[in-house]
Write a protein that binds this ligand. Structure first.
Ligand SMILES: Cc1cc2nc3c(=O)[nH]c(=O)nc-3n(C[C@H](O)[C@H](O)[C@H](O)COP(=O)(O)OP(=O)(O)OC[C@H]3O[C@@H](n4cnc5c(N)ncnc54)[C@H](O)[C@@H]3O)c2cc1C
Ligand SMILES: NC(=O)c1ccc[n+]([C@@H]2O[C@H](COP(=O)([O-])OP(=O)(O)OC[C@H]3O[C@@H](n4cnc5c(N)ncnc54)[C@H](OP(=O)(O)O)[C@@H]3O)[C@@H](O)[C@H]2O)c1
Length: 277
């Protein structure tokens, strides 16, 4: 039966994947579909796989030519988790996600052996408040960081801002608005330190403007201890989302006196695009 799946009475042969020097082969454990554009899934984590919360890694399936078809994905689970979680777009004609959206528990998936990235606390100077600004699937690395107990040791306040088009795009909304109360490792700290600011720009919702407008009006800071503006002395920023959003906010934060950080030279803000295009 290896590699065979029965879907709607149709038997689909799935290839058996072979590990390579750069890729291990993992098993899909669970899949959660949020809407027709978005899903998340958990896979096995090999003992040798080490990463820092916020990093990304290559994952994929076998392509039509028999070779691995890989794409970059932020790990959405924290570094302490025994499994790995990912949040994914479904691009209908996308080479990888047109197939990846069909995965089921028990299926095999490639996992790169070398995670990397700049959305890590190592790339930021110490500060009091950490603001994580995301659009769309740019939420993924912040799901990792917001569920990492170390982040609550480094920062007094931990804020996830998520801008999406539609209410159903607010993946993990229940967990985040419940301040991660069911999370075994961060529930206690998150109760007093975590803040979730969702905004939905193309359907009615309590916040329904883009993140820049929430900053301008001060709505983004409501309920968060400290000033109702960004301060380069005490605030640290991470951004992940569309290229346009990152460019605009990068320029804004530079104007406000924030310096961009990297693994080699930590700074006051760091960025990563959520996709190429
Ligand atoms: C550093 C990095 C981290 C990434 N992390 C994630 C992640 O955690 N989750 C995720 O779903 N994708 C992520 N991506 C995008 C991912 O690598 C693929 O592009 C995506 O899986 C689609 O693959 P595809 O082969 O189906 O289509 P592709 O040919 O890769 O993309 C087709 C087009 O779809 C659009 N698109 C692709 N990805 C997205 C997206 N995430 N959101 C909105 N539009 C998109 C773009 O317009 C793109 O040109 C990341 C990309 C980078 C560079
Ligand atoms: N999510 C969907 O319902 C949907 C449906 C069909 C196709 N898609 C495809 O998926 C791709 C990505 O869609 P997405 O919804 O994940 O991402 P998106 O279009 O980047 O929108 C996500 C959120 O980011 C906001 N945003 C976009 N540019 C911004 C900027 N420069 N500054 C501040 N905020 C900004 C959007 O606000 P605005 O709403 O104001 O733009 C929205 O709230 C698109 O190329 C699209 O073709 C998505």
């Amino acid at each position: 039966m290896a590699g065979e799946k029965v879907l709607n009475d149709v038997t689909i042969e799935k290839p058996v994947l072979e590990p390579t020097g750069a890729l291990s082969v993992e098993t899909v454990l669970s899949v959660r579909h949020w809407n027709e554009h978005l899903f998340s899934f958990r896979i096995t984590r090999p003992a040798s796989f080490r990463f820092r919360s916020g990093e990304f890694v290559m994952i994929g399936l076998q392509g039509d030519n028999g070779k691995p078809l890989l794409r970059a994905y932020s790990v959405a689970s924290p570094a302490w988790d025994e499994e790995l979680e990912f949040l994914s777009i479904k691009v209908q004609d996308g080479p990888l996600t047109s197939k990846l959206q069909l995965i089921q528990p028990g299926d095999q998936i490639y996992l790169g052996r070398k995670p990397t990235g700049t959305l890590v606390t190592d790339a930021l100077l110490p500060g009091k408040r950490l603001f994580m600004l995301s659009t769309g699937t740019g939420l993924a690395p912040f799901l990792s960081l917001a569920r990492d107990p170390d982040v609550y040791e480094f920062y007094e306040q931990v804020v996830v801002v998520h801008s999406v088009r539609r209410v159903s795009d607010l993946a993990f909304q229940d967990e985040l608005s419940g301040k991660l109360a069911d999370d075994p490792l961060v529930a206690e700290q998150a109760a007093s330190q975590f803040h979730y600011v969702p905004t939905v720009t193309r359907e009615p919702f309590r916040n329904n403007v883009r993140i820049d407008k929430l900053v301008e009006s001060g709505a983004l800071f409501e309920g968060i201890p400290g000033e109702a503006r960004f301060n380069p002395e005490t605030d640290r920023i991470m951004m992940c989302g569309s290229m346009e959003m990152i460019k605009q906010f990068g320029a804004y934060f530079e104007e406000q006196g924030f310096a961009e950080g990297s693994n080699a030279a930590p700074g006051a803000y760091v960025i990563e695009r959520a996709f190429v295009g």
